[in-house]
Write a protein that binds this ligand. Structure first.
Ligand SMILES: [Zn+2]
Ligand SMILES: [Zn+2]
Length: 356
């Protein structure tokens, strides 16, 4: 079965071809279908900002490393007991690439993100088919296309970020980083009643995209002084909630200074293993009482992501689509930053079942 995989460890941005990482198509064995499993013919798999980190060996260096966790598709086959949520062959679905076992201590304590068996069903989805446990699979609403459906997983991350902000209606909110997660988080925070909603992003196209989808203000952190702009926007108060969706080691420290006293800073991205951010405990935790947190994965968020996805305007995230056999090119385009998101079409599946 054709699967997109990292075939050589290294940075995909390395200008030197001899050391640059590589992504290509690899033939993987078909995944077995257990009694509670669902085989999905994959329609679309989106490239995630985390995929190049996998190419750099973040989660291991044994190649090939199969890729793809933001997928949509159609159910092709069900195990004999995989019908407890009413799934049927032919259903249009998306879902969670992680299966939470429900049995281990963290799962039983309401912290599925720390499930001790979280990797059991984490399989590459940039492939012709994928097998998931039924608990990972969600039927798409009729008005969500398969193309939009591949954004369910990143939407779940935005929902989880919103959960962790503990935002209240009327809170002043800033989002740093206008990539897909930042754009989705911005729209979700708007739904939550965020005010002074601000996107901090150096790329003009991404600032403009944010302005089209609910941002009231934008800050260019390179050309502008973000502390002065924050004072202007918030009347000197700072932002009650600051979200980092950039993963930029240059950006993260300054976010502590634009947060309001008593504010919340959510580091909602993936950061380099060896990166340490200096943190003056007296200034930020004692005098300013900031709360800092992060997001690993998105437990308990998929049912709500499914509810909000039809209300999100995400067409601009699905404009660049490449067929499976051009995956290498798709990754080149992703790394170039020419599009906010790049999607791989794993099979030609007609959208005729979509009503709008
Ligand atoms: Zn992702
Ligand atoms: Zn568990």
């Amino acid at each position: 079965m054709k699967t997109v995989a990292v075939t050589k460890i290294g940075s995909l941005r390395d200008p030197d071809e001899s050391t640059r990482g590589r992504v290509g198509l690899v033939d993987f064995p078909d995944q077995p279908l257990g009694p509670e499993d669902v085989r999905i013919r994959v329609a679309y798999a989106a490239i995630c900002g985390s995929d190049p980190h996998l190419a750099e060996g973040f989660f291991g260096t044994d190649v090939p490393i199969g890729l793809g966790h933001e997928i949509s598709g159609v159910i092709e086959e069900l195990g004999e007991r995989a019908n407890r949520n009413g799934l049927q062959v032919g259903d249009r679905v998306a879902g969670n690439f992680l299966k939470f076992c429900g049995t281990c201590r963290p799962c039983q304590a309401g912290a599925q993100q720390f499930c001790e068996h979280i990797q059991d069903y984490n399989r590459p989805g940039m492939a012709e088919t994928i097998v998931w446990h039924e608990s990972q699979v969600y039927k798409l609403p009729d008005d969500v296309s398969l193309l939009k459906g591949c954004l369910l997983e990143p939407t779940s991350v935005a929902v989880r970020i919103a959960d962790k902000t503990r935002v209240r209606v009327g809170d002043r909110v800033a989002v740093c980083g206008g990539g897909p997660i930042g754009q989705l988080a911005l729209q979700v925070m708007k739904m939550y009643g965020a005010t002074s909603l601000t996107m901090i992003e150096p790329i003009a196209d991404r600032r403009d995209m944010a302005l089209r989808h609910g941002a009231e203000h934008v800050i260019d952190p390179v050309a502008e002084n973000q502390f002065e702009r924050t004072d202007e926007i918030t009347g000197g108060a700072g932002f009650d909630v600051v979200i980092d969706a950039s993963g930029s080691t240059r950006a993260v420290k300054g976010l502590l200074d634009i947060a309001a006293k008593g504010g919340m800073v959510v580091y909602g991205a993936m950061y380099p293993h060896d990166f340490e951010m200096p943190l003056n405990l007296s200034d930020y935790l004692y005098l300013k009482e900031l709360t800092l947190t992060g997001v690993f994965v998105s437990p308990y968020a998929f049912p709500r992501a499914l509810q909000v996805l039809p209300h999100l305007d995400v067409d601009e995230l699905t404009e660049a689509v490449f067929p499976l056999d051009r995956a290498e090119k798709a990754f080149e385009v992703h790394v170039s930053g020419a599009y906010p998101k790049v999607v791989i079409r794993c099979n030609e599946i007609p959208e005729e079942t979509v009503t709008s």
